[in-house]
Design a protein around this ligand. Sequence first.
Ligand code: CAA
Length: 383
Amino acid sequence: MNFKLSDEHRLIQEAARDFATRELAVDVIERDKESRFPLRQVQLMGELGFMGVTIPMKYGGAEMDHLSYVLIIEELAKIDASSAVIVSAHNSLALWGLNTYGTEEQKEKFLKPLAEGKKLGAFALSEPEAGSDASSQHTSARKTEDGYILNGNKNWITNGSSADTYIVIAQTDHSRGSHGISAFIIEKNQPGFTIGPKEDKLGIRSSDTHALHFSDVAVSESQLLGQEGSGFKIAMETLDGGRIGIAAQAVGIAEGAYQLALKYAQERKTFGKPIFKHQAIQFKLSDMATKIQAARLLTYQAAALKDQGERYTKEAAMAKLFASETAMSSTIEAIQIHGGYGYVREYQVERMMRDAKITEIYEGTSEIQKMVIARELLKSLSS
Ligand code: CAA
């Protein structure tokens, strides 16, 4: 076992850190305030290969491994969690399924422009009545002679209005439960597909989140991703990978808040000495650093298992559960260390706390992660 990053991984980490410091930090406070999508930065990330990290070069990607992907998301999230989730939803939720289950024709047509960063992707599973209970899909895709007719509503969709290509999960045979669910590749301009207003969120405010509406959208056979009836499995596998991305985002948020708190603790003086010299503050920083490192190792482990072709459902859920709770506790402590200054926008840690909260909710709440872990524990008993 080797806990040192390779030279190649360190270079990727440095490139992402450099990009985030140069391009994301500049107006991160304003983008949060105005809920402004980082359009220019997303274009630049396309040029750097961040929009097709693990996709083969022949489909426009950078053909890196999942550990590289995690390192990139972590560095982006240290500075700007919104940009991190835009990149994570695009790579993990939209591109992974296309690369794994797409036909050659689908990869050429849909995957390539996405992986090159010329288009943006989104993944639509959640519905008003199908959040944690994801197989309870109401969106339907009725079979016709030459394809399907799609009807229904999706909500909480990251990259909702900025995306061009959407992986949409829908019921094709209600009588078959989770085996009657299929995945479709839908394009933004398809007649009958409309996008609801932008959600006014607590955090990750410069990523756009919307409801999607499908009213008699004609979908061709060539837009079916994988086999009919395999959509729930595709969605669950997609989320296993997505959870590694969110774990990396959470590690990044926690690390960003920790670094600001550590710096502030050395500058701010009370009772005649820097607050870092007070044991109360030292203990907080020690706890933060320890939890962040543990969260990071869980996340790297899940990514490494994925790279080795092993099962990683349990490890991804553990990483997301622990990292998201670490992001929440670390950002709250970072505010406490900053005192009153931590409560205002300029010092950034209040935004990081608002951004951290969603990591305990999206791509499966902490409670869902515990269900997933428990089911995997049971499986290991019976195998
Ligand atoms: N990989 C492969 N197959 C899987 C799987 C996995 N990880 N998990 C389940 N399956 C398969 C099962 O093996 C089973 O197949 P068989 O019937 O052939 O055995 C089938 O799927 C049904 O499985 P379950 O009976 O376990 O399904 P369930 O209805 O009990 O649900 C759940 C399981 C884990 C709770 C699931 O509903 C879940 O993950 N819920 C949370 C959904 C979620 O994370 N939503 C987030 C939305 S995305 C998002 O946030 C978007 C964004 O933009 C950021």
